[in-house]
Design a protein around this ligand. Structure first.
Ligand code: SAH
Length: 487
């Protein structure tokens, strides 16, 4: 019993033939007995009196009865104990005695006294889903359970039973883990699951036999999927991306990929952070190529996971050319690119019949890249620029646009951490862009949207905090003040 907010450790226990003590003989204890007996536990029930339904179980020889008041030696030989009395002192005594003997104890409806809790459960044959809210909100766990109950039909239980029954044969047929995983993936997506859903158990077994007899294609060939992870909000992942993340053996991801997205991937995949901005280790583009090659050649399923979309300023093209040149199989899954996500989450329609008939995606990360841009075209009105850039370059960017004739009053929206909980949107006029960004200390990643449409953020914002904006005169005042205070 600890007050630390650490998560509970989930565990499915094999109770067959193991002794479990239940203290209490009323209706509450009765409800706790059924799942224990179903799991094959040897149940002893201690209580001075018994509810008739409990007495019936004793008479039928399904449980053993210890008559009288609780005594710690009732715990002898027990692996688990459930205290289900309506007497707080007895429940406390059971919990204390169990703790002293290192026996897991559940005190019904008493979180503080319990060293384990019973989860809300969904059962489909050998498949079980257990849900815990950490004890804080059993109603939430129950609500989720109801949702899942309706979503999982009985066929999933039949499928789980088949897999359990055939486990040894599958292992013999596919001794290597990677092959076995592939076999399972094909099985679950294919006719076996489909036959079970149709209620055709014999057909499912036949389909399973056929799958087991099949020679797996291209045994040692790995592959690379270039997958767009979107801008941060995991809800913006595609279903295809989610599926590949759950099948991956190795995930090579950029630093920009959000932890929320990574949390949805297969837990026992190898996660390797790569990319130029990786925190501790700098992995060059050649290094990334080498890693993809090494793992794919070892027969692994590699997901190369990139922020946003892999083909928008993501060097995805180069990576595919490399894979193509080395004969590695690949596929590409698009992602929601920062421009689309930031526009949506800032309430800025990129095109608008009144304000912009076209939109350009521009990158201006390096100083030299500014020289190669077509500034006259960029400075034209009635178009939207979505600029992928570091915040350090804002001043040079503004100066060039103004020099080529874009109006100083052109509205902008600068979106920092678009779609993430910490998103901030800064709005103002092009002329004030670098000053405002400096004032509010905007950090990367940030995306600039420039054009008449950006003004709409002020009215159409819906996500996170309202846009920040300060007239330039006030900035000057604020600066003056701090200078004064420092002096
Ligand atoms: N392939 C990515 C872009 C990579 S370039 C995509 O399609 O989105 C990196 C730049 O993208 C950053 O400097 C920033 O300008 C922009 N960016 C990426 N994620 C962002 C986010 N969540 N919020 C704001 N800008 C973002």
């Amino acid at each position: 019993m600890s007050d630390a907010p650490a998560p509970l450790f989930p565990l499915f226990a094999d109770l067959r033939g193991r002794r479990v003590l239940v203290v209490g003989g009323g209706a509450v204890a009765r409800r706790k007995l059924e799942p224990l007996l179903a799991a094959g536990a040897r149940v002893r029930l201690g209580a001075p009196w018994l509810d008739p339904s409990v007495a019936a179980l004793v008479q039928a020889g399904r449980i053993e009865h210890l008559a009288g008041e609780f005594s710690p030696d009732w715990l002898d030989g027990a692996w688990l104990v459930v205290a289900a009395t309506d007497d707080a002192a007895v429940n406390q005594a059971v919990a204390t005695a169990a703790e002293a003997r290192q026996v897991w104890a559940n005190v019904v409806d008493d979180l503080a006294l319990s060293s384990y809790q019973s989860p809300a459960r969904i059962e489909r044959g050998p498949l079980q889903i257990a849900i815990s809210s950490g004890g804080g909100a059993p109603m939430l766990a129950r609500h989720l359970r109801e949702k899942l109950e309706t979503e999982l039909d009985d066929s999933i239980g039949a499928l789980a039973a088949l897999l359990l029954r055939e486990r040894a044969r599958i292992r013999v047929r596919h001794p290597r883990l990677t092959e076995r995983r592939r076999f399972f993936d094909a099985l679950l997506a294919g006719p076996v699951a489909e036959r079970f859903r149709a209620g055709d158990a014999a057909g499912a077994q036949a389909a399973f036999e056929a799958a087991l007899a099949e020679v797996p294609p291209s045994r040692d060939r790995g592959s690379v999927a270039l997958v767009g992870a979107g801008p941060g909000d995991p809800g913006l992942l595609t279903l295809r991306a989610l599926r590949l993340l759950n099948q991956a053996d190795v995930i090579l991801h950029d630093r920009l990929v959000s932890p929320g997205v990574l949390a949805l991937a297969r837990r026992d995949a190898d996660f390797i952070e790569v990319g130029k901005q990786a925190a501790n280790h700098h992995v060059s583009q050649d290094g990334i190529h080498a890693l993809m090659l090494e793992h794919a050649r070892a027969g692994r399923r590699v997901v190369r996971l990139k922020g946003g979309d892999p083909f928008v300023f993501g060097r995805g093209g180069e990576e595919l050319e490399f894979l193509h040149a080395h004969g590695i199989a690949f596929e590409v899954v698009p992602g929601v690119t920062a421009a689309l996500a930031c526009a949506a989450y800032a309430g800025v329609p990129l095109t608008h019949r009144d304000h912009a008939q076209s939109v350009r995606f521009v990158t201006a990360h390096a100083r030299d890249s500014l020289d190669t841009l077509d500034w006259r075209a960029l400075a034209q009105e009635k178009q939207t620029l979505a600029v992928y850039m570091g915040v350090a370059g804002l001043e040079a960017f503004r100066d060039r646009l103004l020099a080529h004739g874009r109006a100083p009053a052109t509205p902008f929206a600068l979106i920092e951490n678009g779609s993430c909980p910490e998103q901030r949107v800064l709005t103002g006029r092009l002329a004030d862009l670098p000053d405002l960004a400096r004032h509010f200390e905007v950090q990367s990643p940030a995306l600039l949207i420039l054009g008449e449409v950006a003004a709409l953020a002020t009215t159409l914002h819906w996500f996170g905090t309202p846009p920040l904006t300060t007239p330039p005169t006030e900035i000057r005042e604020i600066r003056g003040q701090s200078a004064f205070m420092v002096a």
